[in-house]
Design a protein around this ligand. Structure first.
Ligand code: AKG
Length: 267
């Protein structure tokens, strides 16, 4: 199979309003079952390739590594994965939800949570991105069944517009139990988290400011997610960000739009 993802995925008015209100949205069947099988095969191989030789048990890994196998910037190395990462179909979702004139890639990453893998700690993605403007978000595509018990994503509604600032809550603080992000979120929005069971090919899209996390993978199966992160063309580089060294933004100047070879316009 050679999937053709040149079409746009139509996001309904209702889904757009839901996203604006809550900071995340469920998107059924972004990939067909056949496309999902094809990409899962390719991405499984890339993850194997990137992690081969690392036979450490979960207990021998760092707390962050126990959350998931994280294999990023796959599109740069694997032409077949580039078809998905730079696809019009997936980027059209970002365009409709982030409402930009053009959408740039930030980066992709496969996130495979091993059986028994730890919870993904609560965080806001913008903490890791040196962006002055916050018009950015992530599509999280299930490459296989992904249930809450396997570590599906939990989103806290409305946290993307509650004035919570990502730079104040680092992943290290979260892992060591020092982050106050859940308490701050509870005070700011007082909403229960929402979690979706995803079928292969289903996806969610979340805003870079939306607080999210997962439970541990309590099953014997690997939780397989492929993510692509986008931002609106025109988003400015923040040289004061704790994430200022991010190599996707290498060469960017403070307060100027991010536009590097790693961040092409897709749509
Ligand atoms: O897959 C996970 O466990 C976490 C993913 C995540 O935090 C993200 O895509 O922003």
């Amino acid at each position: 199979m050679n999937p053709n993802l040149d079409n746009e995925y139509p996001v309904s008015r209702k889904q757009i309003s839901f996203f604006e209100e809550n900071g995340f949205v469920f998107l059924p069947s972004v990939l067909s079952p056949e496309e999902t099988d094809w990409f899962r095969g390719i991405i499984d191989k890339a993850v194997d390739d990137r992690t081969k030789g690392d036979n450490r048990k979960l207990s021998e890994r760092s707390p962050y590594e126990r959350e998931f196998l994280q294999c990023g910037h796959l599109w740069w190395e694997y032409p077949e994965i580039k078809k998905l990462t730079l696809s019009r179909r997936a980027a059209s979702i970002a365009k409709q939800l982030l409402n930009g004139n053009h959408i740039r890639l930030w980066h992709d990453q496969a996130l495979y949570k091993l059986p028994g893998g730890d919870a993904t700690e609560p965080h806001q993605d913008v903490s890791y991105w040196p962006m002055k403007d916050r018009n950015a978000g992530t599509i999280w595509i299930a490459l296989d069944e992904v249930s809450a018990a396997m570590g599906a994503m939990n989103f806290i509604p409305g946290t993307h517009k509650a004035g919570i600032d990502g730079y104040n809550f680092t992943i290290e603080d979260s892992i060591s139990g020092k982050s106050k992000i859940l308490e701050v979120s509870a005070k700011a929005v007082n909403k229960k988290p929402v979690v979706y069971n995803l079928k292969p090919g289903d996806a969610t899209f979340h805003h870079g400011l939306t607080v999210h996390y997962t439970k541990p993978n309590a099953t014997g199966r690997i939780r397989k997610g492929m993510t692509i992160i986008y931002f609106n063309d025109g988003v400015r580089y923040d040289a004061k960000s704790p994430a200022k060294e991010h190599f996707c933004a290498a060469g960017s100047e403070d307060d100027q739009p991010i536009s590097t070879e790693r961040t092409p316009i897709i749509i």
